[in-house]
Design a protein around this ligand. Structure first.
Ligand code: ZN
Length: 169
């Protein structure tokens, strides 16, 4: 899990922060702030060192990130890494495979780009999911139950080769 994002209220709108000051104010390390600037779209003046961040920009950035992380994925939606957005399974159909005694892997196709989407779900949530979409439950393979769930990002290549999954061809 990501640590909770600091509140934008810790930042003064009319103050200009160096990377170090921003890190201090937010209780994060400098690398995090630099990553926000380089990869996550935080606006900063990179004209000279130290980079300067306007309080207003930093506040806005934090507010946006918090709003984004609060948008909870609906139980029956899966995050599509192709579209970078949550999607309802194509044809409102998903497959559930028991992975541990209490959790399983939900698998479905993205309706807009046809990527395979995966999500770890709790067994206890399965009925609520089935109220929204059709779910084919695969019987747990006793040999697999003790294995950890596969990494979420690295399944599409392997899945494509799995046979007996005609629905996902
Ligand atoms: Zn997609």
């Amino acid at each position: 899990m990501m640590p909770r994002l600091p509140s934008p209220n810790r930042i003064k709108t009319h103050y200009v922060y160096t990377v170090w000051e921003a890190a201090q104010a937010l209780g994060r390390n400098r690398q995090t702030i630099i990553r926000w600037i380089k990869d996550k779209g935080l606006v900063a003046d990179r004209g000279k060192v130290p980079w300067l961040i306007k309080g207003r920009d930093l506040k806005q950035f934090l507010g946006y990130r918090r709003a984004k992380s609060k948008t909870k994925l609906a139980l029956h939606h899966l995050f599509c890494f192709g579209c970078k957005t949550p999607q309802e399974p194509d044809g409102k159909f998903a497959e559930y495979t028991q992975a541990t005694p209490t959790t399983g892997m939900l698998k479905a196709l993205c309706p807009s780009c046809a990527s395979i989407m995966n999500k770890v779900v709790r067994r206890a949530d399965l009925e609520a999911i089935r109220a929204k979409i059709e779910v084919a439950v695969q019987q747990a393979n006793p040999r697999l139950v003790s294995l950890p769930a596969p990494p979420l990002n690295d399944t599409s290549a392997k899945e494509a080769q799995t046979d007996g999954k005609a629905h996902f061809r």
